[in-house]
Design a protein around this ligand. Structure first.
Ligand SMILES: Nc1ncnc2c1ncn2[C@@H]1O[C@H](COP(=O)(O)OP(=O)(O)OP(=O)(O)O)[C@@H](O)[C@H]1O
Ligand SMILES: [Mg+2]
Length: 497
């Protein structure tokens, strides 16, 4: 076998006395894809931050191309040939696509000047090559949907001279087509001798793409083997430390006849066209559709986050033509958005503060003062129920939680408000298999107690496993409704296309 391009030897890392990585040794070979999997909070991103020069290690050494490698910053890592596509997008929303792609520098011309015109042309070529749906590289990133932003983040890494590429959950907002393009690109990069570390909770993808896979659990490398020697089951067993037999929990529940919430002939800005939905007590109603079908736009309008052009919603018998989020919350609704990091969290605040935020009404005592003992109790319950991994909920800012644990905070804080109607948009994105099961269980339990859930997802399997009925959206309209007995990938796919 060839020598490793990157060697990690005995890497250790802790934060404020909490050990996160223990004695990690790993080799990465030329032209291989090394998959890295593990539960939320296992230490995957932290390890990659050390490789990518974002964080220093506490102990251990690294070698790049046989020479000692000790990056002082992300820039030195880039110069050494390591590019890192982060779990959280690092684009500047107020800058153009081209400026973002070449943020680390566009090659300068004769007089040390950047030829802007050429830079925009080059950027345009990349957008075309990777089939990104952006007509003009001059458009501001903030105006683009999440899928395109994620592709731009990837292109930003591809334009650099790179020997090693790190992907940390790169596909969370990608459509199937974009994902295919990404996987083809990874295949080409491999052929050119580029080495890749690929992190994802979608184990099927990791199994398909990787040459070898390492499992990280609680900061320890459990095992590294050839991809053929792993299966979904054995990966899960090593990740979680026990085997998980079921993907979807079995909880008895029935759908009542009472309509708790309805969307009445809602249209918005060409993206949603005259959609009506009735959501019943105890029902889990799925909404499937391809990227851009208008699912998120619909529910954002239905919760009053974005304006609707026409139509109304009826919550608990009351009709709202111009609902606001606070109306909806008052009426006992909860909305778990797809952009949880941006919309759902106060980043520098502690885990407790974030959870308590939407519960304030329930926590305020007679004199309008927050009852801090009650707050402790409630936040403690949420942390336990969701299995949120935090060193100290009172002081740890949410932005230092792992990506998946941030998601759990958002879901947990809504559940704590005891809502009767839930809108959940891609609730398990970025969440590990074990925690997914817990979230499914929680949603099913809520429905069994009479809550109504509108469940949006791009994963057919998940919808088929969880829902009583699935609506299919296409080009902003409802294309059909399928009952549980008729669920199949074919029917769903056919309606969505
Ligand atoms: N700056 C920090 N301060 C304190 N703790 C941190 C910091 N960064 C990470 N941690 C902790 O380190 C642990 C590992 O986090 P990491 O982000 O590496 O997990 P991960 O494997 O990437 O998880 P996920 O799948 O959820 O993205 C977590 O418990 C997290 O809270
Ligand atoms: Mg991570």
């Amino acid at each position: 076998m060839k020598d490793a391009v990157l060697q990690l030897n005995g890497i250790c890392k802790g934060f404020f006395g909490v050990q996160v990585l223990y004695d990690i040794s790993l080799d990465l070979f030329e032209g291989e894809v090394l998959g890295l999997v593990g539960e939320n909070g296992a230490g995957k991103s932290t390890l990659m931050n050390i490789v990518g020069g974002v964080l220093p290690s506490d102990a251990g050494t690294m070698k790049l191309g046989g020479r000692e490698y000790k990056p002082q910053s992300p820039q030195t890592a880039t110069q050494a040939g390591i590019s890192f596509i982060h779990q959280e997008l690092s684009l500047f929303t107020n800058m153009s696509v081209a400026e973002n792609i070449y943020i680390d520098g566009y090659p300068t011309g004769l007089f040390g000047r950047v030829d802007k015109k050429k830079m925009y042309q080059e950027a345009g070529k990349y957008l075309e090559k990777y089939h990104v749906d952006v007509k003009n590289p001059g458009v501001q990133v903030g105006e683009l949907p999440m899928g395109s932003r994620q592709m731009i983040e990837i292109i930003k890494a591809l334009v650099k001279e790179t020997k090693i590429l790190i992907f940390d959950e790169p596909t969370t907002s990608l459509s199937n087509r974009e994902k295919e393009i990404l996987f083809e690109t990874i295949g080409e990069l491999k052929k050119n001798g580029i080495s890749i570390i690929y992190i994802s909770h979608i184990l099927e993808d990791v199994l398909k793409l990787s040459d070898r896979i390492s499992v990280l659990r609680d900061g320890h490398i459990i095992e590294t083997k050839k991809a053929q020697e792993w299966s979904r089951e054995s990966l899960i067993r090593d990740m979680v430390g026990r085997s998980l037999k079921q993907v979807y929990p079995t909880i008895e529940k029935t759908t009542g006849s009472k309509v708790l919430y309805s969307i009445n002939h809602v249209s918005c800005a060409g993206l949603v066209k005259d959609v009506s939905i009735e959501l019943h007590e105890g029902e889990i109603l799925g909404v499937f559709g391809l990227m851009g079908a208008g699912r998120s736009e619909l529910v954002r309008a239905a919760f009053g986050v974005d304006p609707m052009e026409s139509g109304s919603v009826t919550i608990g018998g009351k009709e709202y033509a111009r609902p606001t989020p606070s109306d909806c919350i008052q009426e006992g609704m909860a909305f778990i958005t797809e952009n949880r990091r941006e919309e759902g969290l106060m980043m520098p605040k502690s885990v407790n503060d974030n959870i308590a935020m939407v519960m304030e009404r329930n926590l305020t005592g007679k004199f309008g003062v927050i009852d801090s003992r009650k707050e402790q109790e409630l936040t403690g319950n949420v942390i336990a129920a969701m299995g949120i991994k935090t060193a100290d909920p009172k002081s740890q800012p949410v932005n230092s939680l792992s990506g998946g644990n941030q998601q759990k905070v958002v879901i947990g804080k809504w559940v704590a408000t005891n809502p009767k109607i839930f809108i959940v948009d891609e609730p398990t994105r970025g969440i590990d298999v074990g925690a997914k099961y817990e979230i499914y269980k929680l949603l099913l339990k809520l429905a069994a107690e009479g809550a109504a859930i509108l469940f949006i997802s791009s994963e057919m399997e998940e919808l088929m496993g969880m829902c009583d009925r699935i609506l299919v959206m296409k080009d902003g309209s409802l294309a059909g409704s399928i009952e549980k007995a008729e669920f199949s990938q074919e029917t769903l796919g056919r309606m969505a296309l």
